[in-house]
Design a protein around this ligand. Structure first.
Ligand code: PMP
Length: 450
């Protein structure tokens, strides 16, 4: 090939790329038009059936012309995500964190706020934890550690779960574990999230260019229809995200559903990301993903809720896939070197503490919440675990965001249902306050619902 030919080809590539960009622009303009029509007729932005049809024609066509269909499908995901973004009117979607920040601002301006939106236990960590932290400093344990964490802590966690210490990575909180897990995926890969859901899964996916396919659990008891889950799977699906006990609903899936999900994951070679940070607050039998060994899993857990240690920022990831572990350790090492050494020793000591104290207090409070909320204009599933009640207003025109904002002005913060998906007639109420404070907050809530 001569130099002239090289230049000709480069010019041709530039021309084709401009044509692609022109077509992308045309596609976006059309997507906007479609979005307007969907809005006018109250249609959902996501139409799984139409997406499936489009994907299948694109894959067939790619095969026919000799283009890698997986690449074409990933490219299609990027286009579909952009269309969804254009069609979505709620780009400003509010998160639990934002409500928390707004309530703190009001507090700074002198207003008393009762925090029924909060996602952290108000109780103190076990006393031995503070002592262990001081001791760690005295013993000069304040250096970098291995990126995966100190062996003693990894080993102690591993023993509890019946795995090897090599399968455990200590992370700065469960949230970073979720980030590490989703960061294993590439642009255009897909994850399935079951709504209502803690927003971080979708947020992390967006940050990494990973597409999210959402299925909804059944509103009366938050169970999962396995056919819906199966329908959401396609060749790009890499991960199914589970979170039981669930934030915000408090649901724990029954064993049959768990088995069904694992079976699907196995059949379609999909990894299960199981966020089990509320496992210490399970009020009924609960099966961890770590008890399934013939499916690829990444388990997320944390000391934050279990031992009321949110500010210590210690969590952990467990996986049965050594390649995932290697990549997550490398990512963690690049991003933050290691979790603070004194905090890891404090967490090690926490394992000797009694976590049941926390769950029994939380259960008592949830029972009280349930009793009070039951007498209001709200319906809800009585939680099997966790720290929250996700309650639905019986009013047709209820707007969770407006309601949460106006309640905040009256001195009570709750989280609007829209933070967890399309749940505009729900609010999440947290049990992370003592009963006197809960009572005061619920009195105001009751008054506002009248
Ligand atoms: N997963 C879920 C479902 C959560 O609700 C939270 C905290 N709100 C976390 C993970 C993360 O907690 P942390 O990072 O403090 O461990």
């Amino acid at each position: 090939m001569s130099i002239d030919e090289l230049e000709n080809n480069r010019r041709e590539i530039k021309k084709i790329t401009i044509e692609i960009i022109d077509n992308v622009k045309k596609r976006m303009d059309l997507a906007k038009k479609i979005g307007d029509i969907k809005q006018r007729y109250g249609l959902s932005i996501i139409d799984n059936e139409k997406e499936r049809e489009l994907r299948s024609s694109i894959m067939d066509y790619s095969n026919k012309i000799g283009l890698d269909p997986n690449f074409a499908s990933r490219l299609l995901n990027l286009l579909i995500d952009e269309s969804r973004r254009l069609q979505s009117k709620d780009e400003e979607s509010i998160t639990p964190t934002q409500i928390f920040v707004k309530s703190k601002e009001l507090e700074r301006s002198g207003k008393k706020i009762i925090h029924l939106e909060i996602g952290e236990p108000d109780l103190d960590p076990p006393i031995i934890v503070g002592k262990a932290l001081n001791e760690a400093i005295e013993k000069k344990r304040y250096r970098y550690t291995e990126a995966a964490g100190i062996i003693e802590l990894r080993d102690a966690i591993a023993k509890r779960l019946g795995v090897e210490y090599k399968d455990v990575i200590i992370t700065p909180g469960g949230r970073f574990g979720v980030y590490l897990a989703i960061s294993l995926l590439s642009y255009g890969d897909e994850i399935i999230v079951i709504d209502p859901s803690w927003p971080a899964y979708k947020d992390c996916a967006r940050l990494r260019g990973v597409s999210v396919r959402t299925i909804k659990s059944k509103e009366d008891d938050w169970s999962i229809n396995l056919d819906n889950l199966k329908d959401a799977i396609n060749s790009n699906t890499k991960m199914i995200v589970l979170n039981y006990p669930n934030n915000p609903t408090g649901k724990i899936l029954d064993e049959e559903s768990m088995n069904g999900i694992v079976e699907l994951a196995r059949r379609y070679r999909i990894t299960i990301l199981s966020d089990e940070v509320y496992s210490y607050y399970a009020f009924k039998e609960y099966k961890s993903i770590a008890s399934y060994d013939d499916v690829d899993y990444i388990l997320i857990s944390s000391f934050s809720k279990a031992y009321s240690m949110t500010g210590f920022r210690v969590g952990f990831v467990v996986s049965n896939n050594t390649s995932y572990l290697k990549r997550m350790i490398k990512h963690q090492s690049i991003a933050l070197t290691s979790v603070a050494e004194p905090m890891q020793y404090a967490a090690l000591k926490a394992l000797e503490g009694d976590h049941k104290v926390y769950s029994s207090i939380m259960k008592k409070r949830l029972d009280y919440l349930a009793e009070r909320l039951g007498a209001m204009q709200l319906s809800f599933y009585k939680p099997d675990g966790g720290m929250y009640i996700f309650a639905k207003s019986r009013k047709e025109d209820f707007n969770s965001l407006k309601f949460a904002s106006s309640l905040l002005e009256k001195g009570v913060a709750v989280t609007p249902g829209v933070a967890f998906g399309e749940y505009n007639n729900y609010i999440r109420i947290s049990a992370c306050n003592d009963e006197a404070m809960l009572k005061e907050g619920l009195d105001i809530l009751e008054e506002s619902l009248r």
